[in-house]
Design a protein around this ligand. Structure first.
Ligand SMILES: Cc1cc2nc3c(=O)[nH]c(=O)nc-3n(C[C@H](O)[C@H](O)[C@H](O)COP(=O)(O)OP(=O)(O)OC[C@H]3O[C@@H](n4cnc5c(N)ncnc54)[C@H](O)[C@@H]3O)c2cc1C
Length: 384
């Protein structure tokens, strides 16, 4: 017989999205339960780059500064210089007014989950959710317990079980698959040399994607993301070409790891029945550089606000969430994807002329847009 229990909100996944939603809802006095199939701290394939908008979000939500995250050894590096390459040729470089911060993802995610627990969330790690009913608001756990909730939040990443339980149309499923990037990432220890002083982005190695090399105190992170259907050949072969460009011997790197990355496949209605999807579960990452940590935090905040607004009156949280998310995040990502397709990647066969011209004409604009200090969608419009 199934053992059943109830709560206000049940959250699947304890990454940045799940932990943020859990924390904010518990602070409103709700009975929140969170389940993650992994035990924490758990590893996550990620380059760990935080832009200004994430630092600003963290400051406003938890009043935590980069200095404090450095003290906890969560932020492991900061870097202001960057270079952009097309194949072997440098096409842009700059010095950032605000640095890129790099975090240890295992520690970062664990830190926010502990904050949620402290705020009163009942967290069960090492506990996978095996079935979800988004209309009944029920989760079935691997040990066959059933959890009933007024609202279920799917913060369970790209392979989301909650999303799979939603009645998506065939068109939406196809859109999801076509815009899901494949990635590969590895580390090169800084043995015998000082850490490189700049972050570099590499275009032209792959179509509809890019490579990166990010500095760190002990190793640098080298990775590649691209839409598989736009590229012929295996990802490992393309990654080896990137290593050759960077003059790195493949013998001197850690075993490369792969993980899917949302790359413009955001769902337009991630709320359905009693379930709301947040973060990677609904494809929220920026469609040029694949930055997803900020979108995980921010969508979780929007979901928490929608639930808090709907809760007392018995209104439909999914409806409020869909409407607000569209206005506050999706519109921006939609225009940025358009711009990416036309100006940056659509120019692949024209050797990234759009990107090169852009970097020459507006060197500071891309920096501000990537950091979130100016809207991405206004890249080409006059700035006030
Ligand atoms: C190679 C690579 C590099 C990246 N680099 C960056 C970067 O530099 N900066 C950046 O901002 N973003 C980066 N990203 C994106 C970023 O990692 C994600 O956008 C972010 O982790 C999304 O957070 P999330 O909370 O939505 O999901 P996740 O962090 O994936 O968390 C989902 C959680 O759900 C749990 N879960 C899944 N299924 C179940 C289940 N059935 N039951 C219970 N629990 C479950 C998982 O164990 C996991 O802990 C990168 C991604 C990749 C692949």
């Amino acid at each position: 017989m199934n053992r059943s229990s109830a709560c206000d909100v049940a959250i699947v996944g304890g990454g940045p999205a799940g932990a943020t939603a859990a924390y904010l809802l518990a602070r409103q006095g709700m009975h929140v339960r969170l389940f993650d199939k992994r035990t924490y701290p758990r590893p996550k394939v990620c380059a760990g780059l935080l832009t200004w908008k994430t630092i600003d979000f963290i400051d406003r939500t938890w009043a935590v500064s980069p200095r404090e995250l450095m003290r906890e050894a969560i932020v492991v590096h900061a870097c202001r210089d960057y270079r952009i390459y097309f194949e072997q040729t440098e096409i842009g470089r700059g010095h950032l007014d605000f640095p890129f911060y790099f975090v240890d993802r295992a520690k970062y995610d664990h830190y926010w989950l502990k904050r949620a627990e402290k705020a009163g969330v009942r967290v069960e790690t090492g506990m996978a959710v095996k079935r979800v009913d988004p209309f009944e608001g029920t989760l079935t756990l691997v040990d066959d317990r059933v959890v009933r909730a007024n609202t279920v939040i799917g913060a369970d990443g790209v392979g989301s079980k909650v999303r799979l339980a939603m009645p998506l149309r065939e068109k939406e499923k196809k859109f999801w698959r076509r815009n899901l990037a494949a990635t590969i990432e590895s580390y090169q220890p800084n043995i015998g040399k000082s850490p490189s002083s700049y972050a570099s982005l590499h275009f032209g190695q792959v179509a509809w994607g890019y490579g990166w090399s990010f500095p760190g105190p002990e190793s640098r992170t080298i990775g590649l993301a691209c839409l598989p259907h736009r590229n012929r050949g295996n990802l490992r072969g393309i990654f080896d070409n990137l290593l050759a460009t960077l003059a790195i011997d493949p013998k001197h790197i850690s075993t490369p790891k792969s993980w899917p990355l949302p790359y413009g496949n955001f769902l337009y209605t991630p709320g359905c029945g009693k379930a709301l999807l947040v973060g990677d579960a609904c494809g929220l990452a920026d469609p040029l550089l694949g930055e997803g940590i900020f979108y995980a935090h921010r969508s979780a905040q929007i979901a928490a606000e929608a639930i808090a607004e709907a809760y007392p009156s018995g209104n439909d949280a999914a409806y409020i969430y869909n409407r607000t998310l569209r206005k506050k995040l999706l519109r921006e990502l939609f225009w940025f994807k358009r711009l990416r397709d036309i100006l940056f990647f659509g120019g692949y066969n024209r050797r990234y002329r759009g990107l090169k011209l852009f970097l020459r004409l507006f060197p500071k604009r891309l920096e501000f847009a990537v950091h979130g200090q100016k809207p991405l969608s206004r890249l080409l419009l006059p700035w006030r």
